[in-house]
Design a protein around this ligand. Structure first.
Ligand code: DGL
Length: 274
């Protein structure tokens, strides 16, 4: 088996906020990003659809030579990862791996909360899957998890409308809803990889005693640790420090929008998903 790039997948641009931190922490590896922009957002789609779309994208990344793929998308991690790991990977080369972002986040989240009350802001899909409460319970049974679905946030972000006055109404609305679920929340997770773009606006609204977390750093640290512990897989990750970006929609739009998420200019190629 040849070594290959690490694949990073999201429904659209959100995973770039995670990839940015991963590349900063682990610049020696090669990476391929794939955004399924033609079919984003995934947040309101059914389990079957998210699974079908995610599996297609994962297979395309395997075809491009990736041996390890990170689903840098909470919705795909919540709705597709388990099926891919249990049904599809066993039929492939046993060295291939697909990892998600929910478990590594859940493993740490409880450490931040003194009040033992954590808030999750995420897509409807992630919230309705209950993946965060289920995973957090395994590591921190004493923590109460309060969730709020914010179905309008991803479309606002994907359409670059998140800095407008209209967006503020929806940001405030969902923060109010979350905080009304408990007076004791002292830690809030941005449980969608698109949401770091709203981080500053949310911080302005939140009471100062509440810690706001996004996933980029958490996932980068957890990947570093994972590769340290899995030597055989680490050796299958090529190391030329190259990054490539693919989108299933217009490359022109991806390049224009993508840099807002990635923090620097990027150049994408079109990938026809089949
Ligand atoms: N960025 C994705 C996540 O982390 C979801 C965006 C979407 O709705 O497609 O959940």
């Amino acid at each position: 088996m040849q070594s290959g790039p690490i694949g990073i997948f999201d429904s659209g641009y959100g995973g770039l906020t995670v990839m940015k931190e991963i590349v900063k922490k682990l610049p020696q590896y090669d990476y391929i990003y794939l955004g399924d922009n033609a079919r984003a957002p995934y947040g309101n789609r059914s389990f079957e659809t998210v699974y079908e779309y995610t599996l297609q994208c994962v297979n395309n990344l395997f075809n491009k030579g990736c041996n390890l793929i990170i689903l840098a998308c909470n919705t795909a991690s919540a709705k597709a990862l388990r099926n891919i790991q249990q049904r599809d990977l066993p039929l492939m080369d046993s060295r291939l791996r697909v990892l998600g972002v929910i478990r590594p986040t859940a493993e740490l989240l409880g450490n931040y909360s003194k009040s033992k009350n954590v808030g999750i802001l995420a897509t409807s899909g992630t919230v309705s899957s209950n993946s965060y409460p289920i995973e957090i319970e395994k590591f921190f049974p004493e923590i109460t998890v309060h969730q709020e679905a914010c179905p309008i946030w991803v479309p606002l972000i994907e359409n670059n409308e998140f800095n407008n006055i209209g967006a503020e109404y929806f940001i405030q609305k969902h923060i109010n809803n979350l905080l009304s679920k408990s007076n004791n929340i002292d830690t809030i997770l941005l449980g969608c990889t698109h949401y770091p773009l709203l981080e500053n606006k949310i911080k302005e609204i939140l009471p100062k005693n509440i810690t706001l977390l996004s996933q980029g750093n958490i996932i980068a640290n957890s990947l570093k640790d994972y590769l340290n512990r899995h030597n055989e897989l680490e050796e299958l990750c090529s190391k030329n420090g190259k990054v490539a970006f693919y989108t299933t929609d217009s490359t022109e739009i991806f390049d224009k929008q993508g840099d807002i998420f990635y923090g620097k200019k990027l150049k994408s190629e079109y990938l026809h998903i089949r």
